[in-house]
Write a protein that binds this ligand. Structure first.
Ligand code: MG
Length: 280
């Protein structure tokens, strides 16, 4: 039986980011499925938290299953599912115009909201919600702009990532769509629900009856995973299997001006197997 290293010995809940921690693109990172099994054997609750709003939680369950990782949709939290929960607290059965893909639309629909793809009257729209939309175009932007500027819709975003990791390269992220709407409405989103907002992690702790000092987030990005974890006051572990390198952290530490100290993790590890005393 493997034991967790001393720095993590009180951990009862592990929150894994997905891309760059569990898989890269469509390939599982070596040995990850065994690490998850060992954590479960130690009675540690394992959940996944992705900022990518394009897939539904069930689509993530299916994707992980293909990679030999068994989980249920209750183990998956995405910026889309967190957005849907939070919007529902503001209003039930809202009329929403979405710039985004299936994941965001389905999560909102599942909470009883009406997704208005064809807007006849801008004034009927309660919220414009923006996530990554790989079919983003001028027409969608114009509708969203009019719902906000001509109507009374409130502007929210699932996430505002600048880039999207895709099979070893970086593509434009949801932040580009958020910025476009910001420019033409002169409004910023009232809230961006994904990381680095601590809101998703706070909900995860609440749902799993876990205290801050019993939880850790494992992520590969400083400005989303680690910042969100530090803001939520849980342990933050940067894993160097994704986009961040040790050199980048050294450079950041040498230029601390204008840098939020919360982007620095509690721990840095090269790969997930370093969390166990006995290496597998
Ligand atoms: Mg990542």
């Amino acid at each position: 039986m493997c034991e967790l290293i001393d720095d993590l010995k009180d951990i009862k809940l592990v929150i894994f980011d997905l891309d760059g921690v569990i898989y890269r693109g469509s390939a599982l990172i070596h040995g990850v499925e065994n690490i998850i099994k060992h954590l479960k054997n130690l009675a540690i609750r394992v959940v996944f938290n992705s900022n990518n709003s394009t897939l539904t939680r069930q689509m993530y369950v299916d994707k992980l299953k293909k990679l030999n990782i068994e989980c249920s949709s209750d183990d998956i939290y995405t910026s889309a599912s967190i957005t849907a929960e939070e919007i529902t607290k503001l209003k039930s059965k809202a009329n929403i115009y979405v710039i985004g893909e299936k994941g965001l639309k389905e999560e909102l629909r599942a909470k009883g909201h009406q997704i208005c793809d064809h807007v006849r009257n801008f004034r009927n729209i309660d919220y414009v919600i923006v996530g990554l939309d790989r079919d983003f175009n001028y027409k969608k932007l114009a509708i969203a702009q009019n719902c906000i500027s001509q109507g009374h819709a409130q502007f929210y975003a699932a996430n505002a990532d600048a880039t999207l990791p895709d099979e070893g390269r970086q593509l434009p992220g949801a932040g580009c769509m958020v910025a476009a709407l910001n420019v033409c409405t002169s409004q910023k989103p009232i809230h961006i629900f994904g990381k680095p907002s601590p809101m998703g992690i706070e909900r995860i702790l609440e749902k799993n009856n876990t205290y801050n000092n019993e939880a850790a987030i494992f992520g590969d990005r400083l400005d989303t995973d680690i910042l969100a974890g530090n803001r939520a006051k849980i342990k933050t572990v940067l894993v160097l299997t994704g986009v961040t390198t040790r050199e980048q952290i050294t450079t950041l530490k040498e230029n601390l001006e204008n840098i939020d100290n919360n982007i620095f993790p509690t721990m840095i590890i090269n790969s997930l197997d370093e969390i166990f005393i006995k290496k597998m």
